[in-house]
Design a protein around this ligand. Structure first.
Ligand code: ARG
Length: 468
């Protein structure tokens, strides 16, 4: 008998080149475990519903379990001539139970089978990413906590930028916690995606269900899904769960690529804020002095690659006629690549964060440069009764004067200051020290030490609640 599942319909042999072109075994072989699990659940259900005899069901289930073990231990291999993983598993089953294998495909189609296998794979992938993200979050949190007192017992300070121009100084811990927050939303995007895809397509058959008295709740249950999908056409048609996954991956990559970019900039000799660990950097074959932040650069680049997978899959799905079309086979390589990229990437970031060496003195000195206290000075004037707009203008004029005369704010004497506004005196200036301005930022979500401590406490308890 031919291994082709649909050989009965054809009178010509399949063209060899076309067979290679249209087959998916080269990539969907990674769904072997999911395919076997789905098949076992289906066989058990068929037996319970009397569609297979108990003995037939048992023979099939035992054989599938053996195949699963044999493949896991490499004592059996996937038959390479098959079109896809579904026909490959059936071929292996035939090798064990003979023609009885043909009964397994009662009341199912590869259309619902592939949708089920792929949902199982992506659900597990989401779970893995959630765990990996929480490991990275733990490192960010530990660093945030450490840097509250890492600079001679005081909080480490980072010059804050907007438009990549010096803006206001902030605690390094606050910057670290910003990424913690972003990653928390990334986790929740994977969790939401998992939740939405937690419905089982199996039993939808080709597109409109089956005349066999199957029990879809039972197969859904056995495969760990919350319920069967309600509509059989939707069950075989939809790949929005793939889009959910790839867009959660893409959002995560946006955030990681921004963290990467911050570190690339901060590690340049021009900034000199941070040194990358040697173990996670590369050198140059010609310039002996080079230490390159390749992990960050590759994160930046791989984000583009993952957005490409999202966009490519959207385009494959766009305007497809309803129910199954072979186009849907094209959803897998992109997803597998996204999964293969994210796993190692998250693990490496989890190693990198605690190994970053922050040059706290340089950061502290830089944080005080570039008139980074100007906003706080305007605030102080406004607290004396000036409308903020006026205070902003006055301080703007002071800064402009300083720039013109190559002076710093604290070089200015009382006479020079009062020239800009009578309220502007040494008393006001004395309130504008780095320590004082940092601790005044007590608005909700702000960066005073007290608020950061509270944010760390809350983050710790959230992480503890989330731990399995
Ligand atoms: N290899 C196919 C895929 O990945 C499996 C489903 C094939 N179904 C079909 N009717 N040809 O989508």
């Amino acid at each position: 008998m031919s291994d082709l599942l649909w050989a009965g319909r054809m009178s010509e042999k399949l063209d060899d080149e076309f067979a290679v072109f249209q087959g998916s075994l080269k990539f969907d072989r990674r769904l072997v475990t999911q395919d076997i699990r789905g098949s076992i659940a289906h066989a058990e259900m068929l037996a319970l519903e009397g569609i297979l005899t108990g003995e037939e069901g048992q023979l099939i289930v035992d054989a599938l379990s053996t195949i699963d073990q044999d493949i896991a231990t490499n004592s059996s291999s996937i038959p390479e001539h098959c079109e896809d993983i579904h026909s490959a598993v059936e071929t292996l089953l035939r090798g064990k139970v003979g023609d009885l294998a043909g009964k397994l495909h009662t009341a199912r189609s590869r259309n619902d089978q592939v949708a089920t296998d792929f949902r199982l794979f992506i659900k597990e992938a989401c779970q893995e990413h959630i765990l990996a993200i929480s490991c990275l979050k733990k490192q960010l949190l530990a660093e945030a906590e450490r840097h509250l007192s890492s600079h001679n017992g005081k909080p480490a300070v980072l010059p804050g930028y907007t438009h990549l121009q010096v803006a206001q100084p902030l605690h390094l811990s606050h910057w670290l916690l910003a990424y913690f927050e972003m990653l928390t939303r990334d986790e929740s995007r994977f969790a939401a995606a998992m939740d939405r895809m937690d419905e089982c397509p199996l039993g939808a058959a080709a597109l409109c269900g089956t005349s066999w008295p199957i029990n879809r709740t039972q197969t859904a249950d056995r495969l760990g899904f919350s319920r069967p999908m309600r509509n059989s056409v939707d069950a075989v048609s939809s790949r929005d769960f793939v889009i959910d996954y790839l867009s959660a991956c893409s959002n995560l990559m946006v955030n990681l690529s921004r963290l990467a970019e911050d570190l690339i900039i901060y590690s340049t000799s021009e900034f000199g804020f941070v040194s990358m660990p040697d173990s996670l950097s590369t050198g140059s074959s010609i310039m002996p002095q080079k230490k390159n932040p390749d992990l960050c650069e590759l994160t930046r680049a791989k984000s583009g690659r993952l957005f490409g997978h999202l966009m490519g899959t959207l385009v494959v799905l766009k305007a497809l006629p309803s129910s199954y079309n072979k186009d849907l086979q094209e959803d897998k390589e992109a997803t597998f690549d996204a999964y293969d990229t994210l796993g190692p990437l998250l693990a490496l970031w989890t190693k990198l964060v605690p190994k970053l060496k922050w040059n706290l003195d340089v950061m502290h000195a830089k944080a005080c440069e570039g008139f980074s206290f100007a906003t706080d000075l305007a605030d102080e004037l406004a607290k004396l009764g000036l409308p903020f707009r006026d205070a902003h203008r006055v301080v703007g004029q002071v800064v402009s004067y300083c720039v013109e005369h190559s002076k710093r704010l604290d070089d200015l004497g009382s006479d020079e200051l009062s020239h800009f506004h009578p309220a502007l005196n040494q008393g006001v200036l004395s309130k504008i020290t780095l320590d004082l301005i940092m601790e005044r930022r007590q608005s909700f979500g702000g960066s005073s030490t007290a608020l950061i401590c509270e944010a760390i406490r809350q983050a710790r308890s959230l992480l503890a609640d989330a731990s399995p």
